[in-house]
Design a protein around this ligand. Structure first.
Ligand code: ADP
Ligand code: MG
Length: 326
């Protein structure tokens, strides 16, 4: 048996068993049966060692994350995850590494009802990417487009944790309690895509995006779609207990500019805010109001009294770079 046959063996039958998979791993292509009346939502993300994850990352965490980042895109579209394929580039066929990677991917796939139906494996620099296919009723997908002036901006969960987790992993953050360190590391390594919240927001939120590049950057993308601006109340930004122990300026920089949190940012008409809060919180997902959409382009950060807050450098640089379309 060749080494890549071994790889295929490890990657067969992963994820949730689904009755709508007619042909899975083992043929030239997978065959699936979408239910009538549904549209397919397709998305892909690639994680490259040294760019999207640190060399030496735990393979089980990487397997989880490879799927989780694409699931977050489906969440932002309000799609129900269904099928995935996996592209894997490996420097060597290390069986223990592969078994751990498969365990992590399988766990994440099962949580979200995803079947792994195929993929491709090559020898090369370490990289992993999942292509995901989700389902939505016709015309019901959430979009970045659609916010209007006066809409309320809400975010799920907490912000800045993954950036703090990265600082920890690089040895640039010290003095936290062990349970807080563990929380921040887990937020970086095993993001929990907000799939249930995205489904709950369908039909209620007017626009949605997942926060993968940092709040200001992703808010910028959402507003850009309609040529709008926003006011963000920095004191309202949700933070974990772990992040509360970090000095305020650093914390705010991570909350505004830190990537990889994989929370959802939603714009909702004021008249539907209560319904959205109820629907999202019913999924066990925290939801926090952080600001408002305004007609004037640009993002204005303000404190609780409405006074302007200059975003700390890290957050602002990130925003400026993305805002320039670079
Ligand atoms: P082909 O050469 O026809 O593209 P491959 O030899 O690449 O086929 O793959 C054989 C089977 O193994 C296919 O069903 C493919 O989907 C599956 N496969 C290959 N790599 C992966 C992977 N990384 N994850 C899941 N399935 C994979
Ligand atoms: Mg073939």
């Amino acid at each position: 048996m060749g080494e890549f046959d071994l790889i295929r063996r490890h990657l067969s039958g992963l994820g949730a068993p689904r009755a709508d998979v007619a042909v899975g791993v083992g043929d030239d292509g997978a065959v699936v049966r979408p239910p009538p009346g549904r549209e397919l939502v397709l998305t892909t993300d690639l994680l490259l060692e040294g760019v999207h994850f640190l060399p030496g990352t735990d393979p089980e965490a990487l397997g989880w994350r490879a799927l989780a980042v694409s699931l977050s895109d489906l969440a932002a579209m309000g799609a129900e995850p269904a099928w995935a394929t996996l592209v894997l580039s490996l420097p060597a066929a290390d069986e223990a590494w592969l078994a751990a990677f498969a365990r992590g991917l399988d766990a994440c796939a099962r949580v979200h009802g995803v079947a792994l139906v195929g993929g491709d494996t090559v020898r090369g620099p370490l990289a992993a990417g999942a292509q995901l296919c989700g389902l939505v009723p016709e015309g019901a997908a959430l979009r970045r487009l659609g916010a209007r002036p006066g809409d309320v901006l809400c975010v799920t969960g907490t912000l800045g944790d993954a950036a703090a987790g990265l600082a920890l992993a690089r040895g640039g953050l010290a003095g936290l309690a062990p349970e807080h360190e563990a929380h921040l590391r887990a937020r970086l390594e095993r993001p929990a895509p907000r799939v249930a919240a995205g489904l709950a927001a369908r039909g209620l939120a007017r626009a949605a995006i997942d926060v993968s590049d940092g709040l200001l950057a992703d808010l910028g993308h959402l507003l850009e779609a309609d040529g709008l601006g926003a006011r963000v109340e920095t004191a309202a930004l949700p933070r974990s207990e772990a992040l509360a122990a970090v000095p305020p300026a650093r914390r705010l920089a991570w909350q505004l500019g830190g990537g990889d949190d994989y929370e959802l940012l939603l714009a909702v008409a004021p008249s539907r805010l209560a319904a959205l809060e109820e629907a999202v919180r019913a999924t066990g997902t925290p939801l926090t109001v952080i600001g408002r959409v305004e007609a004037e382009p640009g993002v204005r950060c303000v404190d609780a009294a409405g006074r302007p807050v200059e975003p700390p450098a890290a957050g602002w640089d990130h925003f400026a770079r993305d805002g320039d379309g670079a």
